[in-house]
Write a protein that binds this ligand. Structure first.
Ligand code: AMP
Length: 177
């Protein structure tokens, strides 16, 4: 029988890559976590815990690493998956939000019919930094009339204060720096 991974194991598997994609950025590389079924599974357990199947209508993931956790969480919770993508990638009619990143600025988009008004949506991404991306994602989902039940992240860079930009929705993070 395999044991449940500890937080320390998950933390140790996250690889720090200095100066990527720009000088001064410590990139948190989650690929070693994803490569290990036990660690990946424990992250999905964490991000879905507290949400009974049937209590969530959809799981939204943020382009690109958020898709990995959100797709797995959607299957776990028995819901559909909503991709929130970088501008210009979605083929149908979209709504968009622009925001500032830790490194640069960007626009994200979601299909205009991605969530039903009043639906309960769990929003997931790999990492919360300044909160610009997730804050824009919360705004997009709310513009569709959805309720963002929670925003969940594997990693939080708490020194950047990103939680404050998520429009007051509940936040869950597993590994905090
Ligand atoms: P932010 O909008 O500043 O909260 O940035 C969060 C988004 O950018 C997430 O989708 C992350 O995948 C990515 N990101 C920002 N900073 C880092 C970092 N230091 N390491 C890895 N990914 C990052």
């Amino acid at each position: 029988m395999t044991s449940t991974p500890t937080l320390t194991e998950i933390r140790q598997a996250i690889r720090n890559v200095p100066d990527f994609p720009k000088p001064g950025i410590q990139f948190k590389d989650i690929t070693p976590v994803l490569a290990d079924f036990r660690l990946f599974g424990a992250c999905v357990d964490f991000l879905t815990s507290g949400h009974a199947p049937g209590s969530i209508d959809a799981v939204a993931g943020i382009d690109a690493r958020g898709f990995i956790f959100a797709a797995a969480a959607a299957v776990r919770l028995g819901t559909g998956f909503i991709p929130i993508r970088k501008q210009g990638k979605l083929p149908y009619r979209t709504i968009e939000e622009s925001y500032e990143l830790e490194y640069g600025s960007a626009t994200i988009a979601v299909h205009a019919d991605a969530a039903r008004p009043g639906s309960r949506v769990l929003l997931l991404d790999d990492l919360l930094a300044t909160g610009g991306t997730a804050g824009a994602a919360v705004a997009l989902l709310r513009r569709l009339g959805a309720e963002v039940v929670e925003a969940g992240f594997l990693i939080e860079l708490s020194f950047l204060g990103g939680r404050r930009r998520l429009g007051g929705c509940p936040v869950r993070t597993q590994i905090v720096y």
